[in-house]
Structure formats: C-alpha cells, structure tokens
Design a protein around this ligand. Structure first.
Ligand code: ADP
Ligand code: MG
Length: 354
C-alpha cells in the first residue's frame, strides 16, 4: 500500500534448510540466528570501530578532543506507529532518523548506533530484515555504524529503541540555552507536513490525492538536518532544538532554557504548497499543523541578525527562514498574526500520559 522508497536490496532472507521456499519464522530462527542475519553491512566507518556486533559490548574509538553526545528514542507500536500505514523499511529508516535529529540539534556528528528490538513471535523474518534495511540505508547515508543492540520477544506489539552516540567539538556544542535578546528565530525548512501526512494516512485512500505524497513522505521518512546542524553550530547559532513536538512546544523550550521571550510571526512560518492544499481539503489551517503537529525534524535556532545574513548569502542557507525574534523574558512567548496582533503561544504539542 505504501510506495516504497529506493533502497539497497542486498540482504539475504533465510530460507528453509529443507529447500522449501517458505521463509523460516522467528521461532525457528531464534534470537542468535536472527542477529546473524541482521549483522551484515552495519559498519560504515570502520576506522572508528574496534569491536562491533558479536561481543558483550561494542568498543569504539572516540575522536580526540571531542565531546560525546548520547541520545535515545523509543518507538512503540500503536503509540508511535501503525503497521497499517508504514512499511517495515520506512519504520526502520524513521527510527534512526529521529535519533539523528537529536544529534543534529546539538551541532554534532552521529557516529554509532545500538538498536534494541522487542518482536512479537509471529512477526515474519522478512519484516525484520526489511526493518533493518531501512535502518542500514540511513546509517549508510550518514556514516553511522550499527555496533550492537538487544533482541527480545514481545507479548504485545513491536518496540524499537535506538540509541546513538555522536560527537561534537566543544566550541560547536549547541544547546537550547543561549538565545539572546535581539537574535532572530529561524527554521531549516517547512513545518506541519508530517502531522498532516499522518492524518491523511489515518484517513486512508490518500494515494489518489496529488498533494498527499510530500506530506505522507515527510511523515514516514523524515530527513534529519545533520549537515545544517553542524554548519549552523559553526556559524555561531546561539541556541538550537529540533522540532519533534511541534513549533509551539519547541519555542517554549528555547524560551525556558534561555530565559528569554520569543515572538513568532505566523506569516513567516514556511509551509509547503501541498500542506496548504491538504489542510484546506481537511477543513483545517496549515498553521495549526505547523504549530502543534510535530515530527517535522527541522531545526529551530536563534542567531544574531547580521550572522543570519551571512547564512543566507551561502547556497547551503537557501532553505533557512526567519520566523521571529528573541525578546525580553517579560514579553513572553507569543504569536503575531497577519493583522499584527500578539497572542500567547502555549506549548501544546504531543505529550505522552496526557
Ligand atoms: P549479550 O547476551 O552478551 O548481551 P546478545 O546475545 O544479546 O549479547 O547479543 C549478541 C551480539 O549481538 C551483541 O554484540 C549485541 O550487541 C548484538 N545484538 C543483539 N541484538 C541486536 C540487534 N537487534 N541489533 C544489532 N545488534 C544486536
Ligand atoms: Mg542480550
């Protein structure tokens, strides 16, 4: 049902030893048999790996004088994804992408991943192989090594936990804290597409809608802004955060950490033409998706205004867009509408347990 993305087809799916062409199931293959199947093509930067998959712990070589970044994100079936609306390959790709985005937001280089999976026994082996093909594709794109993990059975539903180790030069480390009054607030790309794509996926029968493809794609296979994150970190951004929970939530995170206010101009928020079309069709506004939708995985950052001019003069900066300014804390976190009116901008993105 889902249009599959181009990917490398170099994985071998195990077949029965008796020559029948049915694929063995997880029960037959077992934990160790499965790990053996998955461990090929996991090292993209061999110089930094001393021991990869196959020992009690991975051993890696840190780059001298770099700080280590560690991040983890878990994806649980029925909470973060629905197997009716994603392929295994896309799910694997996204599970890594969301972690790379956190490394990008710190200004870092992702280096190594460990991947823990809890699998229902009935899951076909080729599903798991395809899941790993998606993960290996994006790890290959970003030079990340898969150096270990854990494989267990799950009584209900699939769980994927990825942890990534990254590195950053101390002078390039970016935090949510650091925004200064007078800085501009900017983003690395269009917002709202992912949440709208999710809604289209959940409604079903979206394939015939021309505007749906870019939205659905940005939901299923988001692109982490790793190169831009490093560049911005080297160009003296003052604070940075990735947009996983919606713009409204992330601007409040930066405001809180930096002890400043932020004023966002609704009209400056970049929106895909497809989002404008789709939101009209769905009876909503594109702005709602951009502010509260989440899972865009663009970067939100602050930087002195003159410095932003330098970014825009560079071809790498073409997608960067100013959306507001940093103000004194007492002026609050607000949204300026088209008529110039300022409304409080409350953090109401997705929140587990609420
Ligand atoms: P241990 O019992 O010592 O923790 P395991 O038998 O669980 O080791 O794992 C064997 C090796 O396979 C280890 O290197 C581990 O990191 C790796 N591994 C296990 N599961 C996965 C997985 N899902 N993805 C990648 N590597 C894995
Ligand atoms: Mg183990």
């Amino acid at each position: 049902m889902i249009r599959s993305c181009a990917h490398r087809q170099n994985e071998t799916v195990p077949v029965r030893k008796d020559g029948a062409d049915t694929i063995v199931d997880l029960k037959e293959l077992g934990e160790f048999g499965l790990i053996d199947v998955l461990k090929s093509d996991t090292i993209n930067n061999p110089a930094s790996v001393v021991v990869g998959i196959g020992d009690d712990a991975a051993v890696v070589l840190p780059t001298p004088r770099h700080l280590q970044l560690l991040t983890t994100d878990m994806m649980v079936e029925s909470v973060h994804f629905d197997l009716q609306t994603t392929s295994a390959w896309q799910l694997g790709y996204k599970a890594i992408a969301v972690n790379l985005s956190d490394i990008a937001a710190m200004g870092g280089m992702p280096r190594h991943a460990v991947i823990s999976i809890a699998l229902p026994a009935a899951l076909p082996v080729d599903f798991v192989v395809s899941l790993y093909q998606g993960m290996k594709e994006i790890c290959h794109e970003f030079g990340v090594n898969i150096v270990g993990g854990d494989t267990v059975s799950s009584p209900h539903g699939l769980v994927i936990n990825v942890a990534i180790l990254g590195e950053v030069e101390p002078s390039r480390l970016q935090r949510r804290a650091g925004a200064k009054v007078g800085d501009v607030v900017a983003v690395t790309g269009p917002l709202g597409a992912s949440a709208c794509g999710l809604e289209l996926l959940q409604r079903g029968e979206w394939e015939a809608l021309d505007f749906a493809w870019p939205l659905v794609t940005s939901h299923l296979t988001p692109q982490p802004q790793v190169q831009l994150g490093q560049w911005l970190a080297g160009m003296m951004a003052t604070s940075m955060d990735d947009i996983s929970d919606g713009l409204a939530s992330e601007v409040n995170e930066i405001a809180k950490a930096s002890e400043v206010g932020l004023h966002i101009n609704a009209e400056q928020i970049p929106l895909l033409p497809a989002l404008k079309e789709a939101s009209g069709w769905l009876g909503k506004t594109a702005l709602e998706y951009a502010l509260y939708g989440g899972e865009d995985y663009q970067l939100l950052f602050t930087i002195p205004r003159e410095q932003f001019g330098l970014l825009k003069a560079d071809p790498r900066g073409s997608q960067l867009t100013v959306i507001g300014e940093v103000v004194h804390r007492s002026q609050g976190v607000k949204l300026r509408d088209a008529a110039g009116g300022l409304q409080p901008l409350a953090p109401q993105g997705y929140n587990h347990f609420r």
